[in-house]
Structures are given as C-alpha cells and as structure tokens.
Design a protein around this ligand. Structure first.
Ligand code: PEP
Length: 260
C-alpha cells in the first residue's frame, strides 16, 4: 500500500449550499481544473445533489459523498435518510460527527458510533470528524476531548473496519471563522491523534489511517498545512464552494515533496 502522505485526500463539505443546476455547473467547471491532480478528491454534497453529482463525476477522479445519515437501516423516521439510500444514489463516503451536527442536532459520540457502524455495514466509507471548542482548548482539555471522541466514536470497531476509515481533525474554533489553526498546532494535534490510534490499534494500522485537517482552509494556507508530517489531507468547507479555489487547494498537493 502506498504511503498515504504521497496521495493526500482533499475533501469538500458543501454544507447546505448548491441547487442541482449549481451542482452540475460546479462539476463541469471543476473536472478540467484537476485532471493532473495527485490527490484523492472527495466532495460531500447535499442529499438532493448526490445522484446528479455522482452521474456528472462518472469517469473522473471525484468521489461523491453525503454529509450525514441515520443510524437505522430503515423505518418510520420521517425526514431521515439511510446508508442504503445514499449508496443507491451514488454516494461512496459519508461525513459523520461534523461539529455542526454535534452542535445544532445534538449528536452524541454514541449516535455517531452507531452511524459509523451502519455506514461500514453498507459499504460507505466513513469520514469521522472530531475537534475541540475554543473553551476546551483554553482549558487545556483538547487531548481529553479528542481521546474521548476517538474512543467513543470508534467503540467496537475491528481492524478491518478501521482500514477504510478517514478521520478529520476540525477544531470547532477554526470552522467557518477564518481562523485557520497554525501548521504547528495542527501538526501537534494530529500527532496526538496518531499516537492515540497507535496505542490502541498498533503502528501499522494507525500509520495508514488518513488524518485530515479542517477549519478555514484557504488556497494560501493549504500548502503549509499539507507539508506537516501527520497531516494526510484537508477537509474544506467555504473554500470548496468555488471550483477555482477548491481546485487551487487540490493542485497545491502537486508541489509537495514526495516522501522517501
Ligand atoms: C467544514 O465545514 O468542515 C469546514 C472545515 O468549513 P470551513 O472550511 O468553512 O471552515
């Protein structure tokens, strides 16, 4: 297996933006801009755009996914969407535990854990988001918060499941605020996550779990973040909404030194 550092994952989170027409236009404009990219490209679109985006992205290197799902396989849960529905519509991955889901929809680590398992059981790659708030960082609780999130969200998973997992470290204070974490803070926190995973699942497995950084990433901040040893990619919100800026972030991967 190639070292993950050599092929970073650059993921987009479109949140509650883009109609079908806007989705089609984005993909059309975007594909020619990233033909030479050396990154895995993931885009988490709104539910309503999944099918259209997946069709439009056919034959390209873009992987389309969702931003949430229900933890049940089916049932009387009005307004909810299941993992099977997502794969049926063309999604191949799903964001789980995004801080906006935790904050506005009261998602607990326990519910996120059920969702991770449900996604894996249905062939959807989970992209698990973790991160501390400003208050938690100021109270020196960052490592405790991340350890608890990792432990509770990944509870009961076996080694095989962990091989398909992606984790995004997204400090809540950096999301949508324009306040990107410094490369030093991001690297230090990623290293903590890597060491946590190593302690619990061993070095071989931990070294292959992609750890993405997310929080106000811009074309200007992407290269330095990507150059950090334990950062294997980026999760991008606001700057992924325009084809130009998202492509610029993706193409900054091409100027990264290749690991020996
Ligand atoms: C996000 O929503 O996951 C995110 C990182 O957003 P932004 O890049 O806008 O901070």
């Amino acid at each position: 297996m190639a070292k993950i550092k050599n092929m970073p994952i650059i993921a987009a989170n479109w949140k509650m933006y883009k109609t079908l027409a806007e989705t089609e236009k984005f993909i059309e404009d975007f594909i020619p801009k990233v033909t030479d990219s050396q990154a895995h490209i993931y885009i988490a679109v709104p539910y309503t755009s999944i099918h259209t985006a997946a069709l439009k992205a056919t034959g390209s290197k873009i992987i389309i996914g969702a931003q949430n799902m229900n933890d049940a396989s089916e049932g009387a849960f009005t307004g909810e969407v299941s993992a099977v529905m997502l794969t049926d519509a063309g999604a191949r991955f799903v964001l789980l535990g995004h801080s906006e889901r935790r904050r506005y929809f009261n998602e607990s680590n326990q519910v996120i854990n059920l969702k991770v398992k449900q996604a894996l059981n249905n062939g959807l790659q989970p992209l698990l988001c973790i991160g501390e708030t400003q208050e938690e960082r100021e109270a020196s609780e960052t490592e405790d918060v991340l350890a608890t999130q990792l432990s509770e969200c990944l509870e009961g998973l076996d080694e095989k499941s962990l091989q398909t997992l992606i984790i995004a470290y997204e400090p809540v204070w950096a999301i949508g605020t324009g306040q990107t974490a410094t490369p030093e803070i991001a690297q230090e926190t990623h290293l903590f996550c890597r060491e946590y995973l190593t302690q619990h699942w061993g070095q071989e497995l931990a070294s292959h779990i992609p750890l993405l950084y997310g929080g106000s990433v811009k074309p200007e901040t992407a290269p330095l973040l990507l150059s950090q040893k334990d950062i294997n990619g980026l999760l991008v919100g606001g700057a992924s909404l325009q084809a130009e800026s998202f492509a610029e972030i993706i193409n900054s991967v091409n100027s990264q030194p290749v690991d020996a």
